[in-house]
Ligand binder design. Structure first.
Ligand code: CA
Length: 253
């Protein structure tokens, strides 16, 4: 997974809801900083545009809504903070993910930024690594973990269509035996809650089955193998929680 570009991991994570590269608007009046951030983000698989002041940022945001805005606090004419407040008050931009970038380090300023409704706050100078980590956290929070559409449910890169009795991982078909299909259905339905072996046993084999808990482990292993044949990322989503049971995780970015 390490060498996979961020946009591809996002695409895998969010399926069809995120087929494009995340589009980031960088609002920064210092051209050298804007350019540096832009180069680093493009390298990490994001699509970026730069706005040098608030008016330009307004135009760009209403022209094409970004997936996230990196907003400098100190801007000519109108401050980033005022701009953030304005965006939060308008229906089109109310939920726009915003990370403030600023040289202001005092606690009071951070509070003002967060009060204005920004999602996070990064003090300059910051490392690209930190910026990317915070951007991912904001994007993760802002995007759905589970996508349900019709008879199909998607968690991470795994989709299961109960009507068509079909499972795909990263869009590729996964061949599952009936028991593994039921197991995966049970795991998908639980979101990211841990399922005890006993619960899985009841859900898949019924209350009166006489299988033992080791049988659950055997079928979990088969489920992982079937997913692995198509996608290592999908197989990794089936987590063993030591001493507790199993869980279907979202993918870590
Ligand atoms: Ca500035």
């Amino acid at each position: 997974m390490c060498g996979t570009p961020a946009w591809l991991r996002l695409k895998r994570l969010f399926g069809n809801a995120f087929m494009k590269k995340p589009y980031i608007l960088i609002v920064e009046d210092e051209a050298a900083i804007a350019e540096l951030v832009s180069v680093n983000l493009r390298h990490a698989g994001f699509e970026c545009e730069i706005a040098g002041d608030s008016a330009e940022a307004q135009n760009q945001v209403f022209g094409r809504l970004p997936d996230l805005v990196l907003l400098d606090w100190m801007l000519p004419t109108m401050s980033g903070l005022s701009l953030a407040k304005q965006w939060r008050s308008q229906p089109e931009t109310k939920h726009l993910p915003i990370i403030m970038l600023t040289a202001k380090a005092e606690e009071v300023d951070k509070v003002a930024g967060l009060d204005a409704g920004v999602d996070d706050y990064i003090t300059k100078p910051f490392s690209t690594k930190e910026l990317l980590a915070r951007m991912r956290a904001v994007l993760r929070r802002r995007l759905p973990d589970v996508i349900v559409s019709g008879s199909s449910i998607t968690v991470g890169c795994i989709s299961l269509d109960s009507a068509a009795h079909r499972v795909t991982a990263e869009g590729k078909e996964v061949k599952l035996a009936p028991t593994e299909f039921k197991l995966l259905t049970a795991l998908l339905q639980q979101g990211d809650k841990v399922l005890k072996r006993e619960t899985l046993q009841n859900m898949v084999w019924g209350h009166y089955s006489d299988i033992d808990e080791r049988t659950v482990d055997v079928h979990i292993k088969r489920l992982r193998e079937a997913l692995m044949a198509v996608s290592a990322a999908a197989a990794a989503q089936v987590e063993t929680i030591r001493g507790m049971g199993y869980r279907l995780s979202k993918l870590a970015l």
